[in-house]
Design a protein around this ligand. Structure first.
Ligand code: NAD
Length: 458
């Protein structure tokens, strides 16, 4: 089939490339000319494991191309995907202006009937509203049917998630639309992956509800971690005990610096805003959001108290991206903590395998108080503390003796914002250890072997 994807960001680029790999002809359209130029020169503008090779393979065989505007050869596409950003607006709602801008392009170009597939995360009712909008602007004889097909990929695992999704959700109004989408996704349904077919409104809500439920689990564990600090309980043991109950399950039970990224914070807020618009008070979603802010504040206080104040001190940050295996720093815990620490008079030397450049860009002019280094251990030189914020694989089993040697004496400390290190091992190297919800005397939990995966797949 012939497909056009609007938006070549984390979702659009992976989806478009993945669909080309399934044998379709795909045009990716992005309004950012620099992004398009980079892609046409063979450079991948984001870090996503496996994506570069997939792009190369599909551009080489002519199935994948990139443009900043859409031209006549694509007026007969079978499907137009919308995968543009829907950021938070001033009221916490999703800003859907880019969605409508893409829809305008589609209305202008389409000369034959096609599906308009909503990949962007949009408020309930957006697809129906867009259907009316496109219906009003359609040309004679051109039927554009808007369907909801929310995206569930996880950055860092996006290519695998595209090729082996746990579920595909289709919010459709007609059998015809369902058949076309089933045919499109058939090559990745070989192992019986689930297809959930519903109406567009339910489909739109599934996306917000899923992200908010996951965020809620994280916020609950974060609240419990604060209770552990206050009571002397150990969040590791609490997690292991809770996760052993198959009704609860093991995933998304990790306390940490608060959830971040481009989805959870904005989607929880957008769900709350949607509830308000419809007179439904979503108390759990509100508490989830609030608890997340409180966890960020808690971590900042923990750092400050551990160091007896941070004014004039230098902090080494390991992990700047919001999760491992991505360069995405949108709403990253590192940014939130950095802002508070800078306001309190600290300096920061950061390291991240991929996110350093974006971190510096997001912080803007800090008067030279933030640096990013290429080598992880170099960040420790002359720092008063190491703060671990993202559990990249390369940080999981560090040389704690080397960390102690590089940090400033007399009382070097590591603050493990993701609870990935064993306190006893850190202490043996002569370092102080501070975790999130872990007793100051150290964790007593018998922890299973370390996993190399991200703690939360947000
Ligand atoms: N990032 C994720 O992990 C993820 C997962 C699931 C769903 N989503 C949702 O998918 C959508 C896209 O997210 P993202 O992370 O890929 O965003 P992104 O910011 O990485 O990419 C969006 C791209 O759209 C382009 N764009 C904006 N307006 C455009 C227009 N009118 N025409 C063409 N291109 C345009 C931008 O230049 C940008 O490159 C959002 O609604 C998001 O909530 C994201």
């Amino acid at each position: 089939m012939r497909l056009v994807v609007f938006g070549a960001g984390y979702v659009g680029l992976v989806t478009g490339t993945g669909l080309a790999d399934l044998g379709n002809d795909v045009l990716l359209v992005d309004i950012d000319p620099e992004r398009v130029a980079a892609l046409n020169e063979g450079r991948v503008p984001i870090y996503e494991p496996g994506l570069g090779d997939l792009i190369k393979r599909n551009t080489r065989n002519g199935r994948l191309s990139f443009q900043s505007t859409i031209g006549a050869p694509w007026d007969d596409a079978d499907l137009y995907f919308i995968a543009v950003g829907t950021p938070e607006d001033a009221n916490g709602s999703a800003d859907v202006r880019a969605v409508y801008a893409a829809a305008d392009q589609i209305a202008k170009i389409a000369k034959s009937s096609a599906l308009v597939v909503m990949k962007s995360t949009v408020p309930v009712g957006t697809c129906d509203a867009l259907q009316g909008y496109l219906g009003a602007s359609k040309r004679h004889g051109v039927e554009l049917e808007v369907v909801s097909n929310p995206e569930f990929l996880r950055e860092g695992d996006a290519v695998t998630d595209f090729l082996r999704p746990e579920r595909v959700v289709l919010g459709v109004q007609s059998d015809r639309a369902q058949q076309i989408l089933r045919k499109l996704y058939a090559p990745i349904q070989l192992q019986g992956e689930r297809v959930v077919v519903t109406d567009p409104r339910s489909s739109e809500l599934i996306k917000y509800a899923s992200n908010s439920m996951l965020a809620m689990r994280v916020s609950f564990m974060n609240e419990l971690s604060r209770l552990c600090h206050a009571t002397g309980a150990d969040i590791h043991s609490v997690r292991l005990g809770m996760g052993a109950d198959s009704r609860i399950g093991k995933k998304f039970l990790y306390a940490g610096p608060g959830y971040g990224g481009s989805c959870f914070p904005k989607d929880v807020k957008a769900l709350i805003a949607l509830g308000k618009q419809h007179g439904v008070h979503l108390r759990l979603a509100e508490a989830t959001d609030l608890a997340n802010d409180e966890q960020a504040a808690f971590l900042a206080t923990l750092v400050d108290q551990t160091l007896g104040g941070v004014k004039g001190k230098t902090l080494a940050f390991w992990g700047l991206s919001f999760k491992p295996e991505t360069d995405d720093i949108r709403n990253a815990p590192s940014l939130r903590l950095a802002k508070v620490m800078l306001d309190a008079g600290a300096s920061i030397v950061g390291h991240d395998p991929e996110g350093g450049e974006n971190f510096l860009k997001a912080l803007g002019d800090t008067g030279g108080r933030v640096r990013v280094v290429d080598r992880d251990y170099d960040a420790l030189e002359g720092a008063h503390a190491l703060v671990l914020l993202t559990e990249w694989r390369s940080y999981r089993a560090p040389n704690f003796d080397e960390i102690r040697r590089r940090l400033l004496p007399p009382s070097p400390v590591v603050i493990d914002g993701r609870n990935i290190w064993r306190s006893a091992e850190v202490r043996r190297a002569g370092l102080r250890y501070v975790g999130v919800g872990v007793p100051s005397t150290g964790s007593t939990a018998q922890m299973p072997a370390k996993s190399s995966r991200a703690l939360d797949g947000s």
